[in-house]
Design a binder for this molecule. Structure first.
Ligand SMILES: Cc1ncc(COP(=O)(O)O)c(C=O)c1O
Length: 372
């Protein structure tokens, strides 16, 4: 029998979330970030649903871009980490892609390579995250070299924010100032192709929208603001992935007995006491071998037949265990929602010492995907 765990992807909710972005950024173009298999949702299906709406797509690698082109996506696609050699640069041109250039080595590869057609180059400035990008001086020199290079069709200038999810961080202001100053010194203006905002900045900082916004996680219905800060007034995002499975066994566990590996949860009450009622445990076909987080603590929420219940015991590879409430009816085969509609993936992340991005990208091939 096939394991009953399933990810249901709502393309209607995806399109709704995209329309939220469009409403919030009426003057900007939108690059929908679909790297890492569209944050685990299925890049071809997601890009297909957004192709009539988005102005461009952002991916992590040439392979991800080619998958979309081969599937018939003809909108601009940009490699957000750039290329790893001249052969890849030639493929970028052959497939009509664009690429980030974030370091001297990539710049040299571009300038040394003959291309079958000019490509769009997204030149990246490091404004303080210190991950990818040129220093302000290196950026100005690179921009000058690109201005006259025959390999270049259009130039876009971008940077990436380290703390946009936390609006009280000083680094946000410093990054914006460095971005503005460097761009000003270059003589480039808004309208010439500037890009800074990811989802969090898009929601909280209209002054960071510039010409292109680059939403990722919010398209998938996740609130990108950390610390349980609510979405701004009037913004409603809908979950795109609902992960659910079914109950495969029910257990009655006497007071004081434990459940699962390492005795990770113990039924309340005294061992061998007749005065405490036993706990009812539902065993669910979902585990870390599917991408459900092993670190989910006791108490992590699930929905059993739509009603709240909580993880009890360690998540194992194929199974997890849930304590049912006293009044909760459940039988083998009943549906258990692990996240999505009615249960925000952000809450599962909070119980698992991780972020929603990791959970969504971690759902793996064992899980059946269906699209509606
Ligand atoms: C360069 C770049 N832009 C935009 C995004 C989208 O970020 P988010 O998913 O937080 O909106 C990412 C994702 O990490 C990124 O690397």
């Amino acid at each position: 029998m096939t394991r009953p765990i399933e990810a249901i992807i709502s393309l209607a909710n995806l399109q709704h979330n995209f329309s939220v972005v469009r409403r919030l950024t009426p003057g900007a173009r939108i690059m929908a970030v679909v790297k890492a298999n569209a944050y685990g949702h299925g890049a071809v299906r997601v890009a297909g649903a957004l192709a009539p709406l988005a102005d461009a797509f952002g991916v992590a690698s040439l392979e991800e871009a080619v998958e979309l082109r081969d599937a018939g996506i003809d909108k601009p696609i940009v490699l957000l980490s750039g290329v790893f050699g001249r052969a890849e640069m030639r493929e970028v041109a052959r497939y009509g892609l664009g690429t980030v250039i974030h370091c001297a080595e990539q710049l040299q590869i571009l300038l040394d390579t003959q291309l079958c057609q000019p490509i769009d180059v997204w030149l990246k400035l490091d404004t303080g995250m210190h991950r990818l990008g040129f220093t302000p001086d290196g950026f100005r020199q690179a921009a000058a070299r690109l201005r006259t290079a025959e390999q270049v069709a259009n130039r876009v200038f971008l940077s990436h924010l380290a703390c946009a999810d936390n609006s009280s961080e000083d680094l946000n202001e410093r990054q914006l100032t460095t971005f503005r100053n460097t761009i000003d010194e270059l003589g480039v203006r808004s309208g010439d192709g500037l890009s800074l905002a990811n989802s969090a900045a898009l929601l909280t900082r209209p002054d960071m929208h510039f010409d292109w916004v680059r939403p990722g996680v919010m398209l998938y219905g996740v609130n990108p603001l950390s610390g349980e800060v609510p979405l701004p007034e009037g913004v409603e995002l809908r979950p795109v992935m609902t992960l659910h499975s079914r109950i495969v066994a029910l257990q009655t566990v006497p007071a004081g007995e434990s459940v699962g590996y390492g005795e990770g949860w113990r039924a309340p009450g005294l061992l061998n006491s007749s005065s405490t009622s036993p706990s009812r445990i539902a065993v669910v076909a979902a585990g870390y071998g599917d991408g459900y987080p092993r670190h989910a603590r006791n108490g992590c929420p699930v929905l059993v037949n739509g009603r709240p219940a909580a993880i009890a015991g360690r998540v194992s590879m194929d199974l997890l265990t849930v304590a049912l409430g006293d009044d909760q009816q459940a039988k083998v085969g009943d549906t258990v929602t692990l996240w999505g509609e009615g249960l925000a993936v952000e809450s599962i992340a909070a119980y698992s010492e991780t972020i929603a991005y990791e959970l969504l990208t971690g759902v793996n091939q064992r899980v059946k995907f269906s699209y509606e």
